[in-house]
Design a protein around this ligand. Structure first.
Ligand SMILES: C[S@@+](CC[C@H](N)C(=O)[O-])C[C@H]1O[C@@H](n2cnc3c(N)ncnc32)[C@H](O)[C@@H]1O
Length: 306
C-alpha cells in the first residue's frame, strides 16, 4: 500500500499506460524506451487522474479477468472478484453430465459463463434485476462462445422463471414424449422462460442453482472503500438491513426449481455462515455445509435438495 492507499501503484500505472497507448503487456515491455506522443501522454494522464479519484483499473479499462477469462463491465455490473472463483470450482464439481444450472443475480455473467466454457455438455439460465447488467452479460457470453447454451432473463430472482402449467408443445419430430430434464425453453414472444416441468421433487428442474447475491448490510455500504462504494452499483452490493434479504428469497424458493438431488451454492460474507446455513436448514435442505476460501474465511454455503 503506498501513502495514498493504492495497493499496487506501479502495476496500475503500467496497465493504464498500456491501455492509453493501445499496447499489450508484451509490446509495452519491448517498446518501453520509445518516446510517447503528446496526445497519448495527455490521454494517459487523464486515465491516471481517474485512478487517483478512486476508480479501479478494471473499471477504467472496462473489463476484468475472472477464472482466466476477460469480462466486459458496464455501470450496472459488479467487478467479478477472485474469491467468487471458489463458487465456479464447486459448481463444476456439482454439475452432472449434461446438467442445467440457474444463476441468480448474474451481473457480468461471470459465474455461468466460466462454468459453461469449461463444460461443453452443460447449459443454463441466468437472471438479473438490472437490464443494463444483462447487456454486458450477453456480450460476455457471445465473446466466450457460450451464448447458445445460456439464456439471460431480466427480473427479480426467480420471478422471470414462469411456471408453465401445461407441458410445452413438443418440438418437430419429437412426437408427444415429454422432454424430461430440459428445463429452459424461451418463449420468444414474451422473452420469458417456459419450463417443461417444474422442480420441487420431480425429475425436471435445474441440477444446480448458484448465486453471489448482494450481501452487504445497507448501513455498512457507506463505510466501504471508495473504489467499491462509489463505483460498484448499489444494487449489486445492498443485501438489505441485515445483508440477508436475498438469501431469504433464495432459500425459500430454490427447492421449487431444483431437481430432486439438486444443489444450491451461494456465496456469503465472511460473517454470514451461521445465519445463511440456518436459512437453508429451515427451508428443508439437507447437507447444508459451509466452505472456506483460500484466506480461511467462510465463503460458500452448499445445500442439497433430496
Ligand atoms: C454481488 S453482485 C454479483 C454479480 C455476479 N454474479 C458476480 O459474482 O460478479 C449481485 C447481482 O445481483 C443483482 N441483483 C440485485 N438484486 C436482484 C434481484 N432482486 N433479482 C435479481 N438480481 C438482483 C445485481 O444487479 C448484481 O448483478
Amino acid at each position: 500500500m503506498d501513502r495514498q492507499g493504492f495497493a499496487s501503484p506501479a502495476l496500475d500505472a503500467k496497465l493504464l499506460a498500456g491501455y492509453g497507448l493501445g499496447l499489450t503487456a508484451l509490446d509495452m515491455a519491448l517498446r518501453e524506451n520509445e518516446p510517447v506522443e503528446a496526445g497519448a501522454a495527455e490521454r494517459i494522464a487523464g486515465l491516471m487522474q481517474r485512478r487517483l479519484s478512486g476508480e479501479s483499473v478494471a473499471r477504467i479499462i472496462g473489463e476484468r479477468e475472472f477464472y482466466g477469462l476477460a469480462f466486459a463491465l458496464n455501470g450496472a455490473t459488479l467487478e467479478p472478484r477472485p474469491e467468487t472463483e471458489l463458487l465456479v470450482d464447486m459448481a463444476l464439481d456439482a454439475l452432472p453430465q449434461g446438467g442445467q444450472l440457474l444463476d441468480l443475480g448474474t451481473g457480468t455473467g461471470c459465474i455461468p459463463i466460466a462454468v459453461l466454457v469449461n463444460r461443453a455438455d452443460a447449459s443454463g439460465v441466468a437472471t438479473d434485476l438490472s437490464a443494463e447488467a444483462l447487456v454486458a452479460a450477453q456480450g460476455n457470453a457471445e465473446r466466450h462462445g457460450v451464448a447458445e447454451r445460456l439464456v439471460f432473463l431480466q427480473g427479480s430472482w426467480f420471478e422471470p422463471l414462469i411456471e408453465n402449467p401445461h407441458p410445452s408443445p413438443p418440438h418437430k419430430g419429437e412426437g408427444t414424449a415429454p422432454r424430461v430434464g430440459l428445463v429452459a425453453e424461451i418463449d420468444h414472444q414474451t422473452n420469458s422462460l417456459l419450463l417443461v416441468g417444474r422442480g420441487g421433487g420431480s425429475d425436471a428442474g435445474f441440477d444446480l442453482i448458484v448465486s453471489n447475491p448482494p450481501y452487504i448490510n445497507s448501513a455498512v455500504i457507506e463505510t466501504l472503500a471508495d473504489e467499491v462504494k462509489s463505483f460498484d452499483p448499489r444494487l449489486a452490493l445492498d443485501g438489505g438491513p441485515d445483508g440477508l434479504a436475498p438469501y431469504r428469497v433464495i432459500a425459500a424458493q430454490a427447492r421449487n426449481w431444483l431437481k430432486r438431488g439438486g444443489r444450491v451454492l451461494v456465496e456469503i460474507g465472511y460473517d454470514q455462515g451461521e445465519a445463511v446455513t440456518g436459512l437453508f436448514e429451515a427451508a428443508g435442505f439437507t447437507d447444508v455445509t459451509l466452505h472456506k476460501d483460500l484466506n480461511g474465511l467462510d465463503r460458500v454455503v452448499s445445500a442439497h435438495h433430496v
